[in-house]
Write a protein that binds this ligand. Structure first.
Ligand SMILES: [Fe+2]
Ligand SMILES: [Fe+2]
Length: 158
């Protein structure tokens, strides 16, 4: 049987190997986790959640929307006026870039635009969008917690 990771690579191989996505290896998302790795983990988490709750979804759409949800292509840690409201504005930027570089359908569009709900008030309209919203938050919490643990371990080592 195919692993979730293999399914992500199969449904989103062209996205993962694209120059835009590959550039996100160099942008940090949470702690030491790159945007590339975060996006991959979120896509895997989306598939896991959908299978766990036995929700029928279009897996290709689910994976592709998840891989592109943070396709904003800049380092939000760098202080720059255009990144000031990153939390609120990056879904729109990600969608703009995604539409420029890939074919993006209606469901993927809603997934990308609404993944920060309820911070942004755009409502998730599809089950794939709701799954992404939850998966993104689970991965973010895991990444932040892992980073905190590493920092605490580092403190005790000194
Ligand atoms: Fe995001
Ligand atoms: Fe995210």
């Amino acid at each position: 049987m195919q692993t979730y990771e293999e399914l992500v690579s199969q449904c989103g191989g062209d996205i993962l190997s694209s120059p835009g996505m590959r550039s996100s290896i160099f942008y940090l998302q949470h702690g030491k986790v790159s945007v590339y790795d975060h996006s991959f983990s979120v896509a895997v988490m989306c598939l896991k959640l959908a299978h766990k709750i036995k929700l029928k979804t279009d897996e290709t759409v689910l994976v592709r929307g998840a891989l592109l949800h943070d396709y904003y292509l800049y380092d939000w840690h760098v202080s720059d006026r255009s990144h000031k409201w990153h939390g609120f504005t990056h879904p729109k930027k990600a969608l703009q870039n995604a539409k420029r570089d890939f074919r993006v359908g209606e469901i993927e569009e809603n997934m990308i635009l609404c993944h920060m709900f309820p911070l942004t008030l755009s409502l998730p309209k599809y089950r794939e969008s709701v799954i992404l919203c939850v998966a993104d938050k689970i991965c973010a919490i895991q990444e932040i917690t892992e980073d905190r643990k590493e920092k605490i371990k580092g403190r005790y080592r000194q």
